[in-house]
Design a protein around this ligand. Structure first.
Ligand SMILES: Cc1cc2nc3c(=O)[nH]c(=O)nc-3n(C[C@H](O)[C@H](O)[C@H](O)COP(=O)(O)OP(=O)(O)OC[C@H]3O[C@@H](n4cnc5c(N)ncnc54)[C@H](O)[C@@H]3O)c2cc1C
Length: 530
């Protein structure tokens, strides 16, 4: 087939905010008043008067890059360099808002295909220029911040021109994408063939296929469609020492699965230039509903029972008591006397027959386990607003309220311990004025991930308010024996905690692979490798 490209591209995100500028509405007056009842309101506009530092690359180096990708694709423009500075975690946004452009790349280079990526990597290795692959720029763990020590500068390798559907194999149910397609663009291309991928992280609007693979992302429908790494069939990766193609068969016993080395490698082992994924028919039916549980523990036990009986629906998530109370305008509406309990969202997608069969079995199981059905209202409300939270975060940052999230994962037997430790660490560090909310976001037969959201008074320096809380949460995660990340990846923020999880031998394996594929150390230096 000839390469298919999206009919419409997502607009660029502003440097200091999330998402499509047309969707940023600000806090409605009534909501602002409500927020003011809980947190001190303090208007904190972003600074836009700080200049981007001058590029450290020489005229000869820039000419060398122009010879590889064309003049128009070597960009020194301040606006684009500002937009390619860091990702979209709250600390990233706070630094941008404060005018801290210290991590701005020296140049943005936009290759048009795999061969140009290979050429840029070879040139960057020769010239000792750090290369930061840039997909959607939605990283939340410092994965887009390279350490240029010992190198001549930093090049942001913007994959936005590589936005094609390269191949479709409807017989095997696979599709091969270039890395720079954003979530909606990839789904729109597949939908023209009656197919879909089914990967819907909250960052769906802006994150890319290559970024999903490079971070081992997980979407909100992971219970039904799986994590992104589980969808990947094959990869093509450009490294400074050559090209790697992995995944010649659906499954094999040809030694260790090297795809796993590059999935989650966060640009430190190579640039993923092609991703072949498993696709499936578009669902004919989508139904989402709410269930109420007396407590977080009761709801968690119910999810575990479903997961361990192979009865998982497409979507399942469970808010704790605090998150349930905050999420619903009227917590009393889901029953209980003054106790909203805990809200579970359950979603079914597929053919009418498959949805009916799964819904009937899940409904029977949840009823037996003590859940109270709440109908489609809460489910539809969740589905409608599922991508809105990052816009709300910007509006709250605008009025001085600190909002950030973090996540972790553990086995079922350790869930309560992990929950208690992380919640206490956040609450104790941020103080009683902070709200700490949690939900179970991704589930397995053996365990689940916990996703925490905090809202707290930002104070004079919101970054200084947040960083000790994040450190305390990470230490609590390590102390609980859980994983430092379920789906946000390691980046630079979680790197100090990785060795505790994979051990010194594990860390040395990562360093050895890095040495083999990137001997000059130009690929995203400082990210991932302990
Ligand atoms: C509001 C918000 C909500 C989020 N929700 C979720 C969620 O629900 N689930 C989830 O999993 N994550 C979530 N994230 C995190 C983030 O969206 C994911 O990590 C995503 O997979 C990153 O994709 P990206 O294209 O934006 O990658 P980028 O941010 O551009 O890059 C991420 C990392 O991968 C590297 N990289 C990117 N592309 C390539 C490539 N082609 N080859 C090699 N390396 C590459 C980069 O150098 C960087 O280290 C969220 C982030 C935000 C801001």
């Amino acid at each position: 087939m000839t390469t298919e490209r999206p009919a419409a591209l997502q607009p660029e995100m502003p440097a200091t905010r999330w998402g499509d500028p047309a969707h940023a509405t600000g806090l409605p007056e009534g909501v602002r008043d409500l927020v003011g009842l809980v947190f001190p309101i303090q208007d904190t506009p972003a600074r836009s008067d700080v200049a981007v530092p001058a590029s450290r690359l020489s005229a000869d180096q820039l000419d060398g890059l122009r010879a590889l990708v064309g003049e128009a694709n070597v960009v020194l423009d301040d606006g684009l360099r500002r937009q390619r500075t860091r990702g979209k975690s709250t600390p990233d946004l706070l630094r941008q808002r404060a005018g801290d452009l210290g991590d701005a790349p020296d140049v943005v280079v936009r290759p048009g295909g795999h061969d140009e990526v290979v050429a840029v990597l070879a040139y960057a290795a020769e010239q000792r220029i750090a290369v930061v692959p840039f997909g959607g720029g939605t990283a939340v763990t410092g994965g887009l911040v390279a350490d240029p020590a010992g190198l001549t500068g930093v090049l942001s390798l913007d994959l936005g021109r590589m936005r094609g559907l390269l191949a479709l194999d409807p017989v095997s149910s696979t599709a091969t994408f270039e890395p720079g397609l954003r979530g909606p663009e990839a789904e729109a291309l597949l939908a023209q063939h009656g197919l879909m991928l089914g990967h819907f992280p909250q960052s769906f609007e802006y994150a890319t296929i290559g970024g999903f693979a490079a971070t081992r992302s997980s979407g909100q429908s992971s219970a039904g469609y799986g994590r992104f790494d589980a969808m990947v069939v094959a990869l093509r990766v450009a490294t400074p020492v050559g090209d790697v193609r992995l995944g010649a068969s659906p499954a094999n016993a040809s030694g260790p699965d090297l795809r796993e080395l590059f999935l989650g490698s966060e640009g430190a082992f190579g640039v993923i230039t092609e991703v072949t994924v498993r696709v499936r028919p578009l669902p004919e039916v989508k139904e989402y509903e709410g269930w109420r549980w007396e407590s977080f523990a009761a709801g968690a036990d119910a999810i575990r029972a479903l997961a361990q009986s192979d009865l998982l629906p497409t979507v399942i998530r469970l808010s704790d008591e605090n998150e349930t109370a905050i999420n619903l305008a009227d917590p009393e509406s889901i029953g209980g006397e003054g106790n909203a309990g805990c809200l579970m969202i359950v979603g079914y997608e597929g053919t009418p027959a498959a949805v009916a069969a799964k819904k009937s079995a899940v409904t029977a199981a949840l009823t037996d386990l003590g859940g109270a059905p709440q109908g489609s209202g809460p489910g539809e409300a969740w589905a409608h607003g599922r991508f809105n939270a990052p816009y709300l975060r910007d509006s709250l940052l605008d009025v001085g309220v600190l909002v950030e999230t973090l996540e972790t994962v553990t086995f079922w037997s350790n869930r309560e311990n992990l929950y208690t430790r992380v919640k206490s660490a956040l609450q104790e560090t941020l103080g009683e004025g902070a709200m700490v909310l949690c939900h179970i976001s991704h589930v397995y037969a053996t365990g689940c991930s916990l996703y925490f959201t905090v809202a707290a008074p930002g104070g004079a320096d919101p970054l200084a308010t947040w960083l000790p809380a994040k450190a305390a949460a990470c230490e609590a995660i390590v102390a609980a024996g859980a994983s430092i990340t379920h789906h946000h990846a390691v980046g630079t923020d979680h790197k100090p905690y990785l060795a505790a999880e994979i051990g010194t031998v594990g860390a040395s394996v990562l360093r050895a692979v890095k040495q083999a594929v990137d001997p000059a150390g130009i690929l995203n230096p400082g990210v991932l490798i302990p």
